[in-house]
Design a protein around this ligand. Structure first.
Ligand code: PLP
Length: 443
């Protein structure tokens, strides 16, 4: 496809590309990693080294694996027919994908297209704010978020971020976002039996402190990703739902990582029988074959923007230039079809359980393994210097494990890198096509 010499490509990268999440100083004496090919669960770098990718493209994205010709064909066909039209017009793949998606999300009915997880979350934030202005006279504009959760890289999304290292040098942040405590039982904040309920009660305490008439919504990850792969304890979600109902607080579930199969159900929230008002998604929607993100909501929310047509301001005054690109929903439609055709939700549950079992066995072999947790093919292994005190391992140790895995041909991830108190959790999220052999190799 490109006839450049690969060493020239690497040189061009080194000279001109500013990589995400990267300190570039080491590239003065080494080359950046350039990935050139992917097939199934494997990728190859510019040097021809093959890796088992246990992080689905680095950030939990390539759910159906690499090299899917049927997705490429669907995108090509669509692009040749109509690549783009934006504004108030719809498109064939946009309509068909939204219909298919909504079939998987009982209780929700409207899909708003955009380009990234951050943007999808900000769409929901804007809808919440507009509802506050329209319905509550400018009150109920506050949005709660949880310690350790992450909702994106734009300034408002960062203002709703429970990982200080992500935003500490990017202030001033946007006002109106308020943090509630995390719910990781391994790092207990309350010594009680019903930990899940207690952690959820902490949300009620914040609502009461802020004033229920000021709080419009709460945004939560169903299973926290970058904050340490945190599966909320039993009883948590039921209580969260009750609290939202009690105080008329809209429930926004950020499925940017968990969405579209990662945890073994279509969406992470579906493990818990909760009824969200907003669900946002991005990464796995088209498995990285095209940029697409969605903010999905209920007919009830939608109607607040539809009714009262006499009011010239009563519609969602928002646009996303590339939210109208047809490649996204065309890829997403085929992505969903693959997951159904190949039974990937079932495989995710089976392989996730198997992986969790194997990771648990590591506890017997390595004192450094403090906690193992996850749902489906979304797993975390928290490393500690001392199991009794749960003191985190030195940051460099987790990095060393990641580097050693890489040297042995397996790419894994690590969360919570650089702040004391934010612990070192190794992260696994292979494609949903993973086999037992793949899991064995990763573990
Ligand atoms: N929400 C969660 C839970 C995420 O993990 C991420 C990214 O990792 C985002 C939102 C932001 O998505 P994006 O990077 O597509 O803007």
């Amino acid at each position: 496809m490109y006839d450049n010499d690969i060493s020239d490509v690497v040189a061009a990268d080194k000279a001109h590309v500013w990589h995400h999440l990267t300190q570039h100083k080491p590239f003065e004496t080494s080359d950046p990693r350039v990935i050139v090919e992917g097939k199934g669960i494997h990728v190859w770098d510019a040097k021809g080294t093959r890796y088992l990718d246990a992080v689905s493209g680095g950030v939990w994205t390539v759910n159906v694996g690499y090299g899917r010709e049927s997705i490429a064909d669907a995108v090509r066909e669509q692009l040749v027919k109509l690549n783009y039209f934006a504004g108030s017009a719809g498109s064939i793949p946009g309509a068909l994908f939204s219909e298919k998606l909504i079939e998987k999300m009982p209780g929700l009915s409207r899909v708003y297209y955009c380009n990234s997880g951050s943007e999808a979350n900000e769409k929901a934030f804007k809808m919440v704010r507009q509802i506050a202005h329209k319905r509550y006279g400018g009150k109920k504009t506050k949005i709660l978020f949880r310690e350790r959760d992450y909702h994106g890289t734009t300034i408002a999304a960062l203002s709703a971020c429970g990982q200080p290292e992500r935003h500490m040098q990017y202030g001033p942040l946007t006002p109106g976002f308020v943090e509630v405590p995390h719910c990781l039982e391994y790092r207990k904040q309350w010594d009680v039996e019903n930990y899940g309920e207690r952690a959820a009660d902490a949300i009620e305490e914040v609502i009461l402190r802020e004033g229920p008439d000021t709080v419009g919504a709460i945004c939560l990850e169903p299973v926290t990703a970058g904050g340490g792969v945190i599966v909320p304890p039993k009883g948590y979600w039921e209580r969260v739902q009750e609290i939202c109902k009690k105080y008329d607080v809209l429930l926004h579930i950020d499925e940017v990582v968990c969405g579209v199969g990662r945890t073994g159900t279509w969406f992470g929230y579906q493990h818990y029988g909760i009824k969200p008002d907003f669900v946002t998604m991005a990464k796995g929607v088209a498995s990285g074959y095209a940029a697409i993100a969605c903010c999905v909501t209920t007919e009830e929310v939608f109607n607040l923007f539809k009714d009262d047509a006499e009011d010239p301001l009563n519609y969602f005054r928002d646009i996303s230039t590339f939210g109208g690109c047809t490649a996204g929903p065309a890829a997403a439609l085929e992505n969903l079809a693959i997951i159904e055709r190949e039974g990937l939700l079932e495989n995710t549950t089976a392989m996730g359980d198997y992986c969790l079992e194997k990771l648990e066995e590591l506890k017997d072999k390595h004192a450094v393994v403090g906690d193992v947790r996850g749902k489906g093919l979304f797993l975390g292994t928290e490393l500690v210097a001392d199991r009794g005190t749960k003191e985190p391992v030195a940051e460099k140790l987790a990095q060393k494990v990641v580097a050693e895995c890489g040297a042995q041909g397996v790419m894994i991830g690590v969360t919570n890198r650089s702040l004391p108190g934010f612990n070192n959790t190794l992260c696994l999220s292979p494609a949903l096509i993973a086999t037992k052999d793949n899991i064995d190799e990763i573990v």
